[in-house]
Design a protein around this ligand. Sequence first.
Ligand code: PNS
Length: 162
Amino acid sequence: MLAVCPGSFDPITNGHLDVITRAAAIFEEVLVAVGQNSTKQYLFTEDERIELVQASVAHLPNVRVERLSGLLVDFVNARGGRVLVKGVRFAADFEFELQMANLNSAVGGVETLILPAASQWSTLSSTMVREIAVHGGDVSRFVPKAVAERIRKKSVGKEQLP
Ligand code: PNS
């Protein structure tokens, strides 16, 4: 069975990777859908976010990555999937995901499987990683290697970090 792990991954963190890895141990196939939330501004371009997710899951043979466009439930149904996998850290995540799960079930007949975040990553967020990164801090313990390297290159090359 195919499961879809959606997100904007700006950038992918060890917390995301943990959820994807656990999903890959449960499902035959996992598709990571990298999307754009129209209300958010991103630090990494969509191509960069996809590339960094791809590099981070390269060691997982049953995981692939695709760009998400349009409605998530349409994306899932078009690929013959029926299940979304979401990680939740704390109550606020759960409340949001519950709302999304009900919506995605009603609109597209897609189920949501919620995995509790591993305690080690239970307060980690891409927002915090970005905040540390833009101020030149070390994020290497929070993100996959490819992301840490990209952030290092961005600051070393003095490419503008907003
Ligand atoms: O990491 P995020 O910001 O929670 O990822 C959000 C994303 C891109 C997966 C979400 O905004 C999305 O699914 N967008 C597609 C449009 C859609 O279906 N929205 C309603 C369900 S979330």
